[in-house]
Write a protein that binds this ligand. Structure first.
Ligand SMILES: C[S@@+](CC[C@H](N)C(=O)[O-])C[C@H]1O[C@@H](n2cnc3c(N)ncnc32)[C@H](O)[C@@H]1O
Length: 273
């Protein structure tokens, strides 16, 4: 039994906590992995770190020793109370609330063992803010989709959007035994460095529409999901302005740059009509 496992068990017993899987309450209990995650964050006194899903402070407490400031968001008020009890210094703010709804403070790094049920919306919410580095833990399959290349099984809307929005790298994997209680899935640690690229307004709609039929030809997929794209456009006009080599490709084989081209052509058409 590692020191962190014993410490976690003791805290949970002391406060009489019953962890809830529905809230993603699987707490990190592997000392070595915690050290590695903190190491990827490379924290120093100039850093203001945001943490989403702080739990009982497994990452928060050591981060408070390393960074200038930590803002910890936790939605479960009872768990947030334990976290507040365990914090010694005065450089940690706790926000009790849903990380999809509360305002984020200005931060330059985000280090979190995320509640996996909000992986996608919280990642896109984070990327609407300016920051330098994210060290984020996800379900392994989700992380694989984040970095997937065109033509592969995991290539998805998420891969395409992130291709432009951030440099993403999988830097570590964690087995279920690294957590208490054990989740049913493996996990991955991902570093995220935002590029600052701003996507055209229709890009997300176009990606969503296309990937509803990822194995179909682009022309067919666009036709079937054209209603998903919120623009006043005529489908036949769109077909006329898109290169045939793009229209003939299966959606999952389209490069992110080709999806950007589809979007830009649509926006030009919309602006000229
Ligand atoms: C996977 S645990 C991580 C806990 C701790 N950081 C660790 O590494 O052991 C995720 C935490 O997020 C909290 N949580 C779940 N949904 C949330 C949400 N929408 N906003 C903020 N916190 C949430 C859960 O209560 C839980 O404490």
């Amino acid at each position: 039994m590692t020191g962190l496992y014993r410490e976690t068990r003791d805290v949970l017993r002391k406060y009489g906590v019953r962890l809830r899987r529905s809230l993603g309450q699987n707490y990190l209990v592997d000392d070595g992995k915690r050290q590695r995650i903190l190491g990827y964050g490379n924290l120093g006194p100039d850093d203001h770190v945001l943490e989403i899903g702080a739990g009982i402070g497994t990452l928060t407490l050591p981060m408070a020793e390393l960074a200038g400031h930590v803002t910890a968001i936790e939605s479960d008020p009872f768990i947030a109370g334990i976290l507040a009890d365990r914090i010694k210094g005065d450089n940690v703010d706790i926000i009790v609330g849903d990380a999809l709804k509360v305002d984020f403070p200005a931060f330059n790094k985000v280090v979190s063992n995320l509640p996996y049920q909000i992986s996608s919306p919280v990642t896109f919410r984070l990327l609407r803010h300016e920051f330098e580095l994210g060290v984020l833990m996800y379900q392994k399959e989700f992380a694989a989709r984040m970095v997937a290349e065109p033509g592969t099984r995991d290539y998805s809307r998420l891969s395409v959007m992130l291709h432009f929005l951030a440099e993403v790298q999988i830097v570590d994997y964690l087995k279920p035994g690294c957590f208490f209680p054990r989740p049913r899935v493996d996990s991955a640690v991902v570093t995220v460095r935002p590029t600052g690229f701003s996507l055209p307004a229709l890009f997300e709609d176009v990606c969503r529409a296309l990937f509803q039929h990822r194995k179909k030809k682009t022309s067919k997929s666009l036709r079937e999901s054209f209603h998903e794209i919120k623009a006043d456009l005529d489908f036949s006009e769109v077909l006329d302005v898109l290169p045939s080599e793009i229209l003939e490709k299966r959606v999952f084989q389209l490069k992110p740059e080709e999806i950007l081209e589809i979007t830009e052509r649509m926006e030009e058409l919309s602006a000229s009509s």
